[in-house]
Design a protein around this ligand. Structure first.
Ligand code: B12
Length: 428
């Protein structure tokens, strides 16, 4: 009987463990290194470079950047409010090249919450109304065209941002996201990425916790289960959910929701091991991805923004110690573009360690090749090659021969000697 009791207790304990997604402690030096990568970006205070996701990531981490952080939030407020609310006639927003998008406004509202602020003032209310209007427009676009103007990722992000500010959205707005998650295989643009599903799951989790949209409660709970299932199914043999860069958001989603999936605990431990290996190999270079990972390493998620702990002690980040490995080795990278006529193919010689962006610059300098980029929160986004701008729902995909899409953008990816990189115009 004693043995049976102990056995049952052990089973119960294992069951309880298996139902939570927990990430054990990670070496704090490795985490600090990640945080330090954000520091140089916090000195760039123009609208083009401001990134509310950096602020959110840092506030939900165990590290802080002292006064730099306050200055950063101040610049975010100045620029976002001027560009979104300033009237063109008063000249207030003359320095705004482009209005922040729906997703950027949503991230800005998350940044305010990360500082324990509610969008309650007159200005805050107007921003909330703008975000609601964006969502209404997107809802109509989904009704007409079957997809939003922006993406389901931004749609989920916007619902999440309003939710953490305790702002409700209509059932029919939530309904469109519920439908997309449930019927994703029937949507004509194919499957939703793990990042997109995870963002939708975070939005649903917030709605569930806040008891919003009570008449959709059952559908919301079911959708959370569907999202968890999709994320778990997308786990790779190494342990990543989707790919290494979607794992942070996927983990945020899994950590935020309690679940009855028995395999959850094991899946998260495996993901954590994969993350650790990636951290050690310095795979995380991109500030946006780092900003999504830092909360996870501090056992936090965007759901914590419902009631953030702004007094939690955070350690000051030390100055970054960059280790430059200067090399004079020259490598050859072949650049090809077959989506145009006549096709382009050229070997480009650059210094070892150069980014793909350096290769593109060199190709342009040599002549016969042109390209354009647009600044985004993930870095420079390739928008045009040889004068061919992307049309609606098209993008210039980056691939490594024979046919492997790159997991990084032009600024972060560093081709190896002898590699062939293709730029391909595709629909998404
Ligand atoms: C939607 C999306 C796309 C859409 C964007 C079109 C659209 N109208 O939305 C499409 C399918 C076209 C796309 C393309 C690519 N993407 Co993408 N994308 C995303 C996703 C899911 C959401 C981005 C978003 O809306 N953010 C919120 C808004 C508020 O921020 P934003 O900066 O204003 O958003 C713009 C940029 O993110 C830009 N964008 C989208 N992807 C990428 C990737 C890079 C490297 C850059 C610089 C910009 C960029 O498009 C957004 C809309 O304008 C993220 C997931 C994530 N975790 O962030 C991946 C993500 C950013 N993409 C990624 C990648 C790798 C790419 C590609 C490089 C893939 C490839 N091999 O070609 C290309 C970009 C190539 C190029 N031309 O420069 C990675 C980046 C990883 C990293 N290390 O930085 C992510 C994190 C996905 C992942 N887990 O792998 N993407």
């Amino acid at each position: 009987m004693g043995y049976l009791g102990a056995f049952l207790f052990l089973l119960g304990a294992l069951g309880a463990l298996a139902e939570i997604c927990e990430i054990p402690e990670v070496d704090s030096q490795l985490v600090e290194k990640l945080g330090q990568r954000l520091l140089p970006w916090m000195d760039r205070l123009s609208l083009e470079h401001l990134n509310p996701s950096i602020y959110v990531g840092l506030r939900l981490s165990s590290w802080q950047a002292g006064t730099k952080e306050n200055l950063y939030l101040h610049s975010l407020k100045l620029n976002y409010q001027q560009c979104l609310l300033g009237s063109a006639s008063s000249g207030h927003n003359s320095h705004c090249q482009a209005k922040p998008s729906m997703g950027q406004l949503a991230l800005y509202l998350l940044a305010l919450r990360a500082n324990c602020e509610f969008a309650g003032s007159h200005k805050g209310d107007r921003l909330v109304s703008q975000l609601k209007r964006f969502l209404e427009d997107e809802k109509r676009a989904i009704g007409h065209k079957g997809h939003p103007h922006t993406s389901y990722y931004q749609y989920g992000l916007a619902i999440l941002a309003l939710c953490v500010h305790q702002k409700r959205v209509h059932n029919n707005v939530v309904d469109k996201l519920l439908y997309a998650v449930k019927h994703e295989q029937h949507l004509h643009q194919g499957h939703l990425s793990v990042d997109t599903v995870a963002m939708a799951g975070l939005a649903f989790t917030c709605l569930e916790r806040s008891h919003f949209n009570p008449s959709l409660r059952l559908q919301i709970t079911t959708a959370i289960g569907t999202v968890q299932e999709k994320i778990l199914k997308a786990q790779t043999p190494e342990g990543h959910f989707g790919n290494v860069y979607s794992t942070p958001l996927a983990l945020q989603m899994l950590m935020a929701s309690s679940t009855s999936y028995l395999e959850l605990g094991t899946a998260c431990l495996k993901a954590k091991a994969a993350l650790l290996a990636s951290l050690q190999n310095e795979v995380f270079q991109n500030t946006l991805v780092i900003s999504q990972l830092l909360p996870v390493l501090n056992h936090k998620t965007y759901i914590d923004l419902i009631s953030p702990d702004c007094l939690a002690p955070r350690v000051m980040l030390g100055p970054a110690t960059e280790t430059f490995s200067l090399t004079s080795e020259i490598i050859s990278v072949t650049l090809k573009v077959l989506s145009i006529f006549p096709p382009y193919k050229q070997s480009i010689f650059v210094l070892a360690g150069s980014s793909l962006e350096d290769v593109l610059k060199m190709a342009r300098e040599l002549g016969g090749f042109t390209y354009e980029t647009q600044a985004s929160l993930s870095g420079p986004y390739l928008t045009s090659v040889m004068g061919n701008e992307v049309g609606e729902r098209e993008f210039w995909q980056l691939l490594r021969d024979p046919d492997t899409p790159l997991l990084q953008g032009i600024a972060d990816y560093r081709p190896k000697d002898g590699e062939t990189i293709e730029l391909r115009l595709v629909r998404w």
